[in-house]
Design a protein around this ligand. Structure first.
Ligand SMILES: Cc1cc2nc3c(=O)[nH]c(=O)nc-3n(C[C@H](O)[C@H](O)[C@H](O)COP(=O)(O)OP(=O)(O)OC[C@H]3O[C@@H](n4cnc5c(N)ncnc54)[C@H](O)[C@@H]3O)c2cc1C
Ligand SMILES: NC(=O)c1ccc[n+]([C@@H]2O[C@H](COP(=O)([O-])OP(=O)(O)OC[C@H]3O[C@@H](n4cnc5c(N)ncnc54)[C@H](O)[C@@H]3O)[C@@H](O)[C@H]2O)c1
Length: 512
């Protein structure tokens, strides 16, 4: 089958797969129901959760572990986006592409690998294998074993304290809406006439992609851009504003420069005016400033953000306020209906699996133990899994300065780290922001394993630690984590007014 054949199962906007209304998972009992009830059957429980993605599963598992009577409703696939269309398949794809990159670049280590071959079908099988390995953790069997009653059907509120799903009426002490989000497809002339991938279809693709056009330069667009580039595709990214706009520009520039060096054509401040097909290819009419250009590629990926799954849940009926940004909640994640919490992607804001899990913890503390608990945005780390990775926690420099006035910015580069040299992973640096007294306000890391290295800064911020604590531990040699300690030492090299003392401390910092 030619790569751009619109009939390729994975490559179609006509599939109706996923989205707010996953095909085959119809409303009111048409789907397979784990336990079927007559339409009037009433289930009474402590907690009823709509949506078995990262957020819903976490609430269900924890509530069941504390002996609560739990009903969990899922209309499509257990595990939601993260397992089936998000984190897991994307990281498995990235892992495959990383192997290809390592083979291509191994000669600098004196290791010669010849005849690199990429079998797209086998890459696709690898992705499916990774999902299959994780799937049991999120399965109906596991949750039923934990004592959770799983109903596989669409759920919706029929009044302020009742949900209907799979032929049951469910009354609960508390409800949790965890219905996630779906790809936001922009309204570009011609787009609806042309086949395109979203995150819900691209991971099923088992054919080689000749030239992938990606609309959107956020984490989805850029993680997949690099993965496909390394797997042998030509890749062009079209971004209407700034790529990686949520990250510190100083740090994201390093990623973007690196991606461009790998041959990815990233065009910022570029709008897509029209989409069309020419022979079997996709053509995009681009506009940047006053100039227009038409480019052609074999496949198109839409990665332009998310829309919350707020339709068909009966939110109005339940008196739950929402907008196109998501369900409105207070910092305790309570909706305008005080019986109902909303968590994860469906409330908008930072959309990560660990965010949904964090929300789940807050709901458990509040609903089960009646403890006061509130979200704290300053604790949320995130990582974009490009190579180099980019990780962030707490405030970025600009926001820290706005909030705290004069701040200290501490940097330490990877190339000063012996392990980074040994691995030839010298791109990037750690950047830490503190207030005058040394209180850690934020940290960003761009470079090898930034997602691992950020963890200690996430801990430090959550524990309100001072930078002094980040120098008071012994870092085994040679590890990348030493970079964190070196960055912390920079706080002291800045403090003394004498240039001589500053220089001496800077010198000593090199010895940990
Ligand atoms: C390509 C991609 C890569 C990503 N990579 C990462 C990453 O590396 N790290 C990270 O932290 N995050 C990542 N994310 C984000 C992460 O996947 C989401 O933040 C996370 O899945 C949100 O969890 P959730 O429980 O809110 O929603 P979801 O996981 O979307 O789950 C919602 C569930 O609710 C179900 N549902 C919806 N409506 C109903 C209804 N009426 N009745 C019953 N069930 C319903 C849906 O079928 C779905 O299963 C990625 C996302 C994408 C798209
Ligand atoms: N590593 C991770 O944790 C990870 C990875 C992937 C996705 N995610 C999550 O998934 C969510 C969605 O990711 P995303 O990259 O789709 O969304 P995003 O909102 O972060 O980025 C979308 C980008 O598309 C651009 N855009 C929007 N409309 C456009 C148009 N018509 N033409 C050109 N550009 C346009 C926007 O300016 C923006 O930069 C993110 O919020 C993120 O939290 C996380």
């Amino acid at each position: 089958m030619p790569p751009s054949d619109p009939s390729t199962a994975a490559y179609s906007n006509q599939l109706g797969v996923g989205s707010d209304n996953h095909a085959g998972a119809g409303n009111g009992g048409s789907a397979d129901v784990t336990t079927k009830g007559a339409p009037t059957d009433l289930l009474q429980c402590d907690i009823c959760i709509i949506g078995a993605g990262s957020g819903g599963l976490s609430v269900a598992a924890a509530a069941a572990a504390f002996g609560q009577n739990v009903v969990l409703i899922e209309k499509h696939k257990m595990g939601g986006d993260c397992l089936n269309y998000g984190c897991v398949p994307s990281k498995a794809l990235i892992a495959a592409s990383r192997r290809a990159h390592m083979i291509r670049t191994s000669a600098q280590f004196g290791v010669m690998a010849r005849d690199l071959q990429i079998d797209s079908e086998a890459v696709s099988e690898h992705i499916k294998g990774v999902i299959a390995a994780i799937e049991p953790n999120d399965s109906i069997e596991r949750f039923t074993g934990l004592g959770v009653r799983v109903i596989t059907a669409a759920g919706h509120f029929t009044d302020k304290s009742t949900v209907s799903a799979g032929g049951y009426r469910i009354k609960a002490r508390r409800f949790v809406v965890a219905t996630g989000s779906s790809p936001l497809v922009p309204n570009i002339p011609g787009l609806s006439e042309v086949p395109y991938f979203t995150n819900e279809t691209i991971f099923d693709n088992g054919t080689h992609i000749d030239h992938l056009l990606i609309i959107g330069g956020g984490p989805i667009g850029l993680e997949l851009a690099q993965a496909y580039r390394r797997l042998g595709s030509k890749v062009t990214v079209l971004e209407a504003a700034r790529a990686m706009a949520k990250d510190d520009p100083e740090m994201s520039k390093i990623v973007l420069d690196h991606l461009r060096e790998e041959g990815i054509d990233i065009r910022e401040k570029t709008s897509v005016e029209e989409v069309d097909t020419r022979f079997r290819n996709v053509t995009l009419t681009l506009k940047k400033g006053d100039s227009t250009e038409v480019i052609e590629g074999s496949h198109l990926l839409i990665a332009t953000g998310r829309r919350p799954n707020v339709t068909d849940v009966g939110l109005e009926t339940a008196g739950i306020k929402y907008s196109d940004k998501g369900i409105k909640v207070n910092r305790g994640l309570v909706t305008s209906n005080r019986r109902v919490y909303a968590i994860g992607d469906v409330i908008g804001g930072a959309q990560f699996t660990h965010m949904a899990n964090y929300h789940a913890g807050i709901v458990i503390r509040k609903a089960l133990f009646r403890l006061p608990a509130k979200t704290d945005a300053s604790l949320i780390p995130w990582v974009t899994f490009t190579d180099p990775e980019l990780a962030q926690v707490g405030l970025q420099e600009e926001d820290a300065a706005k909030k705290h006035g004069k701040v200290n910015v501490l940097r330490w580069p990877y190339h000063e780290n012996d392990r980074a040299q040994a691995e030839r992973a010298t791109v990037g640096h750690v950047k830490v922001v503190t207030d005058k007294s040394g209180r850690i306000l934020g940290a960003s890391i761009v470079g090898e394993q930034a997602g691992e290295l950020i963890q200690m800064w996430a801990l430090a911020i959550s524990q309100k630690m001072n930078i002094k604590a980040m120098t008071g531990w012994i870092s085994p040699y040679p590890t990348l984590s030493e970079i964190n300690k070196r960055a912390a030492y920079k706080f002291y090299s800045k403090a003394p007014s004498s240039p001589l003392i500053r220089k001496a401390i800077g010198f000593l910092a090199k010895f940990g």
